[in-house]
Design a protein around this ligand. Structure first.
Ligand SMILES: *[C@@H]1O[C@H](CO)[C@@H](O)[C@H](O)[C@H]1NC(C)=O
Ligand SMILES: *[C@@H]1O[C@H](CO)[C@@H](O)[C@H](O)[C@H]1NC(C)=O
Ligand SMILES: *[C@@H]1O[C@H](CO)[C@@H](O)[C@H](O)[C@H]1NC(C)=O
Ligand SMILES: *[C@@H]1O[C@H](CO)[C@@H](O)[C@H](O)[C@H]1NC(C)=O
Ligand SMILES: *[C@@H]1O[C@H](CO)[C@@H](O)[C@H](O)[C@H]1NC(C)=O
Ligand SMILES: *[C@@H]1O[C@H](CO)[C@@H](O)[C@H](O)[C@H]1NC(C)=O
Length: 558
């Protein structure tokens, strides 16, 4: 799947615990560029179908390189019924016709990325497969099929003569996480969706087959690593016991039982020994989600653990939301945005993402460009691996709230909408919420040319554009990597709702970052330094003691 946040905005990567965050590694210094394939670029002209394809990425690799990216992360292109935009895979060693259809396209993409001195990573979706995957089709054939145990099949429970699922786990939509298959009169486990049955990782043959098909196959084609979808779900608890205290006859959220399951680290270490360690220097980044638990993260990414290089922590973009309902959020206080930033820095992390202008700054025409630059400055000065989402480099913003529900493509959005209306909510209200928080906000087509207001072609020419800010900003980040990639982080002020002031330090060198994230605040809680040169700024030639809306400056002190 694809945790809400990841597509939406800000991807925060934690690359190591405090003690290791200064340890150098190529992937920490790298800038990741995430391509959401379906809406990036379509190369087909005559038979265009309105979806991006792999050749389209190749067409635009020079743009990605020129921006300053080092790693191209390509979202799933594998053969798939596309019920979850490719996160439901029916054959992971193939290319879906929607995205080009030819295996050779994917191999050529890897080669073209390498030719430009970048590295290529794929999405690894292995906690589940499509229900059209040949392994699942076999598994569903009969109770004695050799693939039966590759998924979780269990007999029904009968209560008062009625058939019930094997346990009380709720699936994604609060119904049962089990689907009954009349053919063999058993249920199979599908935590996310009936068309994405969960793999049974307990079975060593299943693991070997996954390692072979999903990992080795692509390493042998030259891929440099993976973004690991939902890795915290691989290991299900032994016995699949009921959620305690769940009312009789209801289904309850079982994530506390299956998140970071008992054998997770064993599986990850086995994957490392069996495959990853043979393809160094490779790179893995796991999809984690929100957490403030340092120990859990340390167990996954600690340098001596041999599990995952880094994980995306989504504390910063999961703030201000309850699913697709917006909730108030603050910069200050426990669980506020500063806390979220501080945690990612304490574990040595960073990120980026589309839609962040609409969520965390101001996407009105008056402030949009300045907002994009202010957020770019923030992300580029935080420690860790920086991950940019396509379109962010031109400051693309959310979809308008005038979009009708028929324009939304993500099933999460339509399910939310239907449920909101059933619960008596208004259509206008639901669409307003979706236009702020739906995953669709990060998925409209990339605007390459001047057909749309926010587009790359114009911004390349415009010295005041968001694009023309990102490019040099990324170069500054790399030129001062000791400060910005590896430097120690500290807030210089915890006061106020809309002003961020922090220090990055490496030895005697220091950078002070001031960002006015507001249209309305007072003086900076900490005056600007008297000495020190301005290394980089969002506005031209300003050094006054006050800041314009969304103005940012980096002072270099050495
Ligand atoms: C796989 O991962 C997703 C999270 O991305 C999780 O919600 C789901 O329960 C897991 N299983 C399936 C079958 O999708
Ligand atoms: C089974 O029937 C008994 C008696 O009618 C009732 O108390 C109980 O709640 C029922 N159980 C279920 C699971 O429906
Ligand atoms: C799922 O159940 C929980 C707890 O009963 C409830 O708060 C939530 O609104 C439900 N969600 C949906 C999508 O029905
Ligand atoms: C930031 O995180 C570090 C490490 O967890 C902690 O020691 C420090 O108190 C935090 N700072 C703030 C301002 O919360
Ligand atoms: C939209 O979000 C608001 C704020 O969280 C919530 O109160 C409201 O119910 C949501 N609207 C609909 C129609 O779901
Ligand atoms: C941030 O910008 C606003 C202008 O909208 C200004 O009123 C405010 O004083 C600025 N903040 C600081 C600390 O200078």
């Amino acid at each position: 799947m694809y945790i809400l946040c990841t597509a939406l905005l800000a991807l925060w990567t934690a690359h190591a615990v405090v003690s290791q965050s200064q340890q150098h590694a190529w992937w920490k210094e790298a800038v990741i560029y995430q391509v959401y394939l379906a809406s990036f670029k379509e190369s087909r002209k005559e038979n265009a179908i309105g979806y991006g394809d792999l050749d389209g990425i190749i067409d635009k690799l020079d743009h990605i390189k020129d921006l300053g990216a080092d790693i191209v992360w390509v979202s799933p292109f594998y053969h798939s019924p596309l019920k979850d935009m490719g996160y439901d895979i029916s054959n992971c060693d193939s290319v879906d016709p929607t995205f080009g259809g030819q295996l050779g396209d994917a191999i050529r993409l890897i080669r073209e990325v390498h030719k430009r001195g970048m590295r290529c990573i794929h999405d690894l979706v292995i906690n589940h497969s499509s229900n059209r995957h040949p392994w699942f089709l076999q598994s569903a054939e009969s109770k004695t099929n050799e693939y039966r145990d590759w998924y979780f099949w269990r007999p029904p429970q009968y209560k008062n003569g009625s058939r019930y699922p094997p346990n009380n786990w709720a699936g994604n939509n609060n119904g049962s996480a089990w689907k009954y298959d009349p053919k063999t009169e058993e249920y199979y486990l599908n935590l996310f969706n009936p068309f994405q049955p969960d793999f049974n990782w307990e079975n060593p043959d299943t693991r070997q087959a996954i390692f072979h098909d999903a990992l080795e196959y692509w390493f042998n084609q030259g891929v440099d690593g993976f973004r690991m979808d939902a890795f915290t779900f691989y290991s299900k608890p032994h016995g699949l016991s009921d959620v305690p205290n769940c009312p009789d006859g209801e289904f309850c959220d079982a994530s506390s039982l299956y998140l970071n399951g008992p054998r997770e680290h064993e599986y990850l270490q086995q994957m490392n020994r069996a495959v990853l360690s043979h393809y160094m220097p490779m790179f893995t980044v796991g999809e984690y989600g929100p957490t403030y638990d340092m120990d859990i993260i340390q167990k996954c990414v600690g340098a001596s653990r041999n599990e995952i290089n880094t994980v995306f922590i989504t504390n910063m973009c999961d703030i201000g939301r309850d699913g697709f309902n917006p909730v108030p959020w603050t910069l200050t206080g426990k669980g506020g945005w500063r806390d979220a930033i501080n945690f990612t820095q304490a574990v040595g992390s960073v990120a980026a993402g589309d839609g962040s202008i609409s969520r965390f700054a101001n996407d009105s025409p008056k402030f949009r460009v300045q907002s994009g630059k202010a957020l770019a400055m923030m992300l580029s000065t935080l420690s860790g691996t920086l991950s940019l989402y396509q379109g962010q480099e031109i400051g693309m913003v959310n979809v308008p709230d005038s979009w009708p529900i028929s324009d939304y493509r993500d099933t999460y959005s339509t399910v939310y909408y239907d449920e909101a209306l059933v619960a008596g909510g208004s259509s206008v209200g639901a669409l307003k919420n979706l236009s702020l928080l739906a995953r669709d906000n990060a998925r409209p087509p990339f605007n390459w040319n001047a057909k749309e207001e926010i587009n790359l072609a114009d911004q390349v020419e415009d010295p005041d554009s968001v694009y023309r800010f990102w490019k040099p900003m990324l170069r500054v980040r790399k030129a001062y990597k000791d400060l910005f990639v590896y430097g120690g982080f500290e807030f210089l002020s915890l006061e106020g709702e809309k002003f961020l002031i922090y220090e990055k330090a490496a030895g005697k060198a220091k950078a002070l970052v001031y960002i006015n994230l507001s249209e309305r605040t007072g003086e900076p809680p900490v005056p600007v330094p008297k000495e020190g040169e301005i290394l980089f700024q969002t506005h031209v030639d300003r050094s006054s003691s006050t800041f314009e809306p969304f103005e940012g400056r980096i002072y270099l002190m050495q």
